[in-house]
Design a protein around this ligand. Sequence first.
Ligand SMILES: C[S@@+](CC[C@H](N)C(=O)[O-])C[C@H]1O[C@@H](n2cnc3c(N)ncnc32)[C@H](O)[C@@H]1O
Length: 167
Amino acid sequence: MLDVGCGTGTLTLWAKQREPGIDIAGIDGDPAVLRRAATKAEEAGVELDLREALADDLPFEDASFDRAITSLVFHHLPREVKERSAAEIARVLKPGGELHVADWGRGDPLMRLAFLTTRLLDGFERTADNARGRLPAIFEGAGLRDVRETARFRTMSGAMVLLSARR
Ligand SMILES: C[S@@+](CC[C@H](N)C(=O)[O-])C[C@H]1O[C@@H](n2cnc3c(N)ncnc32)[C@H](O)[C@@H]1O
């Protein structure tokens, strides 16, 4: 499994602890958060393959993962980087491999209001695709299929959506 934009590795570690038999890699563009992830993994006695890399230039062979996950990363990326990152994820997934995404999505008026603070912090232009519900189209444009929303949560910071897709 690959965690794209793994940050301090909270989800990466959780996945490995839940399914100890899997090999799991995490990439992030920020070396400081990766050091924190490595410390957390060491303290937990868990082996993770952590690498400094950008989501739109993944350091892995084609078709090398069964699953990819990415949580709260895509809303940080400009549109063209979102598109290139989705294409990179599609490239490294095996045929039939799954992508699971958690990120901000289109919400009702109250959720749009709640999302304003997040948009102010993370940038209105970068978060526009999320606010307009365009992430599924971006993954479809990258050649992924069966793109669907599997859950949606109302939060203090906006509508959180879970998406799944298949290579
Ligand atoms: C809000 S954090 C989420 C971290 C983690 N996925 C989680 O859910 O706890 C966003 C992460 O995305 C990383 N990130 C942002 N743009 C990136 C890019 N282009 N390539 C790789 N990582 C990126 C940041 O360094 C940060 O660690």
